[in-house]
Design a protein around this ligand. Structure first.
Ligand code: PEP
Length: 244
């Protein structure tokens, strides 16, 4: 299985930031893993144009569940694809919190992504309160089964385990906690998809940085990372790519 280093720029970056992509590709012309950056939608076409012949893939951060229509301000999966994206992040905790997205909605969006030929990166993860209450596995299991698109396979779907309390906080779960959740998710993926579930990449996300990447990537069933803050600088993201 080819591992995946995915960067989520969130609502950061202007045209000038695209220089970071060029620096990344220049420093890692033939990475051992797949490299993906998901810039804001305004930059997808230029980013994809700049990196078209390189090893860097470009993705969106969200899409609408419908293919087209009267949905002001929204973007369809086909539009992302048309702009040059090959992946889309769905159900990020900031979307679930800021926009009240439910797993049902995430599933519908992921199905739209697959229909458009994009690979869906489906995000799940517990809040700090849920971890303290001992419900991490049941919360993650419910989000996983509720958000997985019909037709999900190792070829078209990636799962990102992102504890909400670890995103952008500099805090990470212990290695044992990451191992427990990833092993659980692998078993749940096999339950849902059969043997193909063995091949679905499960990313860890939440305060991954150059200094902790290698230790996290050594955990069984950690097949890459979804990286927020550290993806904004080519040198930091490149160090994470090199650790995979
Ligand atoms: C994220 O937003 O998906 C994320 C993991 O952010 P950070 O790496 O900054 O914690």
């Amino acid at each position: 299985m080819q591992k995946l280093a995915a960067g989520n720029w969130k609502m950061n970056g202007s045209g000038a930031a695209l220089q970071e992509l060029l620096a990344l590709v220049e420093a890692h012309p033939a990475p051992a893993c797949e490299m993906l950056i998901c810039p804001p939608a305004t930059l997808i076409a230029s980013a994809a144009g700049m990196t078209a012949r390189g090893p860097l893939k470009i993705g969106g951060q969200d899409c609408h569940a419908k293919a087209s229509g009267a949905h002001t301000g929204d973007i369809s999966a086909a539009m992302l694809k048309d702009a040059g994206a090959t992946y889309v992040i769905l159900g990020h905790s900031e979307r679930r919190t800021d926009h009240g997205e439910t797993s049902d909605q995430v599933k519908a969006k992921a199905e739209a992504a697959l229909a458009a030929g994009l690979t869906a990166v489906v995000c799940i993860g517990e809040t700090e309160g849920q971890r303290d209450a001992g419900t991490t596995l049941s919360v993650c299991g419910a989000q996983l089964h509720g958000s997985l698109p019909q037709g999900a396979s190792a070829a078209n779907t990636v799962v990102a385990y992102e504890p909400v309390w670890a995103i952008g906080t500099g805090r990470t779960p212990t290695i044992a906690q990451i191992a427990e959740v990833h092993a659980f998710l692998r078993a749940e993926l096999v339950k849902a998809l059969g043997e193909d579930g063995q091949g679905v990449r499960i990313l860890y996300g939440g305060s991954v940085k150059p200094s902790n990447a290698a230790e996290i990537f050594a955990v069984p069933h950690v097949d890459g990372a979804l990286v927020g803050g550290a993806s904004l600088k080519a040198s930091d993201f490149g160090a994470i790519v090199a650790a995979l």
